[in-house]
Design a protein around this ligand. Structure first.
Ligand SMILES: Nc1nc2c(ncn2[C@@H]2O[C@H](COP(=O)(O)OP(=O)(O)OP(=O)(O)O)[C@@H](O)[C@H]2O)c(=O)[nH]1
Ligand SMILES: [Mg+2]
Length: 251
């Protein structure tokens, strides 16, 4: 193709009136409103986010008081979050009474059913229309169970690299699972998620070659966004690297 025939991508932004305001997410809208409605919109969203942060702080205090180590597992749809929870539960089978898992999903109990097969107590939280868990839902889930023996709480967030990043739950650690099957750009495209995380698990390395994805480059992308990230490479399917993750989690 001749040089002058190269095309640039067409960029489309939402039109006025196209966006619905009946939700209360922390999205940053790429469009403008008349000043009055903009003010109301931002105030509502900031209050909502602040309220979640406060509830997350309460949750953390609760976990500290009861000696419950809590991790929030985030990541794209199908990256291997449930597989990781299953593997941890299997490897810590001797401590299964100490483990509680909260599985967040829009609908269905598929993940919770899978995890429960490992013999750990599991709570499924269905978020309905919401694309993330929030601190209030965690609080509510914890009220539904006797926590006496619980020392480890593993929360699997809704599969998504965008909205869950804005909603702290009060966990000690945030762990993001990505997989090479998501292609080479998913980290660069979702900096907020990686900026807020403590641990990155790059999963499905058994498929890296066929996907032609450079795992070293993924790691460099992540470290550029957040130099403090601790990175692990795993194939949960082939049981590679999972024990190092567990060791780091300090369970
Ligand atoms: N080849 C390969 N497949 C894997 C690996 N880890 C997980 N899978 C497969 O990937 C699929 C999705 O894994 P899940 O653990 O359900 O992913 P998830 O992140 O919990 O997915 P959602 O909860 O739906 O967002 C399953 O078929 C897993 O068996 C891996 O290391 N290698
Ligand atoms: Mg899952």
């Amino acid at each position: 193709m001749p040089e002058d025939k190269k095309e640039k991508p067409i960029v489309i932004t939402p039109d006025e009136g196209e966006h619905h305001h009946d939700h209360a997410h922390g999205h940053h809208h790429g469009h403008s409103h008349p000043p009055s409605s903009e003010t109301v919109d931002i105030t509502l969203e900031e209050n909502f986010m602040e309220r979640n942060k406060k509830l997350a702080r309460n949750n953390l205090q609760f976990f500290e008081k009861h000696g419950i180590r809590t991790i929030n597992i985030l990541g794209s749809v199908g990256s291997g979050k449930t597989s990781l929870v299953e593997a941890i539960s299997r490897k810590l089978a001797h401590r299964r009474d100490e483990i509680l898992v909260i599985a967040g999903d829009v609908t269905t109990t598929i993940d919770a059913d899978r995890i429960a097969q490992q013999g750990v107590r599991t709570i499924q939280v269905n978020t309905g229309v919401e694309c993330h868990l929030d601190a209030k839902l965690i609080q509510k889930a914890l009220q539904s169970i006797d926590l006496a023996s619980t020392k480890i709480l593993i929360i699997e967030n809704v599969g998504n690299l965008i909205c869950p990043a804005d909603f702290p739950l009060g966990s000690h650690l945030r762990l993001v699972v990505v997989s090479v099957t998501e292609g080479p750009w998913m980290i660069q495209k979702h900096p907020v998620m990686f900026h807020e995380a403590d641990i990155l698990v790059i999963n499905k390395i058994d498929l890296a070659e066929v996907m032609e994805v450079d795992v070293d480059q993924l790691e460099r992308d992540a470290k550029q966004i957040n130099p403090k990230l601790v990175v692990f490479r795993t194939s949960i399917r082939k049981d590679i690297g999972v024990e190092a993750v567990i060791e780091h989690l300090g369970f």
